[in-house]
Ligand binder design. Sequence first.
Ligand code: XMP
Length: 326
Amino acid sequence: NWTTRNILEEQADRIREQIGDARVICGLSGGVDSAVAAALVQRAVGDQLTCVFVDHGLLREGEAEQVERDFVAATGVKLHVANEQKRFLEALAGVSDPETKRKIIGREFIRAFEEAERAIMREAEAEGEPIRFLVQGTLYPDVVESGGGEGAANIKSHHNVGGLPEDLQFELVEPLRTLFKDEVRAVGAQLGLPAEIVGRQPFPGPGLGIRIVGDVTEERLALLRKADAIARAELTAAGLDNEVWQMPVVLLADVRSVGVQGDGRTYGHPIVLRPVSSEDAMTADWSRLPYDLLARISNRITNEVDGVNRVVLDVTSKPPGTIEWE
Ligand code: XMP
């Protein structure tokens, strides 16, 4: 439409003016803000932009492919992928305390990003064009309410790509600074970005690492990824994506309960469904999902995911519960 097209043209001019002939980098998280910010900059200055995707192995099913394949196909962006799954698993080994997990993930993320950045920098310098700019997907609400749009920074140590240390060597490019989330989604759609990215519900920077209650292992991640994919697919099939703000799916890896399947006794883990409705994530209510949808999700998860023999529903509002379990 007219307004978003206007935003696009205006932004492209402004970005070109700011960046000139210099090189610029942008971290992609798989989320909508960094994707739209990167696509806008790419549209304005093309190959002067290099995007960095640190794959920490804590994303949900299909999300790494959405960045590496679909986003690249839609934008033609130059992408540097850092495959750091092993590094994060090793750093998280044996750690079950939520704050410690968050700190480790945040720390390793910054280190991995900086390593990628240095590699790109060496290439750029060899070509005689140093990197001078860093793109950030800061939105208008983040600007007004400095401390972050999510507002929970003092309760949990938040981590996201926007939270990279502001390396003083870079000047920031923030093409979304005047926009609200729904406007960002409209711009993303206008730019032809994949629907999965444009419509993605909020997902925490530390990813599935804080949706496993207990320590994080490769097997547990695989199990949770499968359960989460089923729950999301069923929610979408029921046409309820827009009613639900977010539906974390949590693995209680430290809990086991007795069950029966076929004619055998099982001793498996529970999966928690945490669908919530909210305006801004500061407060939330649990979503009254239809019973038949809950039944379908439960049947499919217990049948299709080995090691899970119970599905439970979280019926706590925020406060007193937070949206995430960790
Ligand atoms: P809580 O669990 O505090 O979450 O009620 C509020 C909202 O913030 C998201 N969340 C995060 N987002 N980095 C993020 O970018 C984080 O570290 C983080 N922790 C929680 C959560 O998914 C919810 O939308």
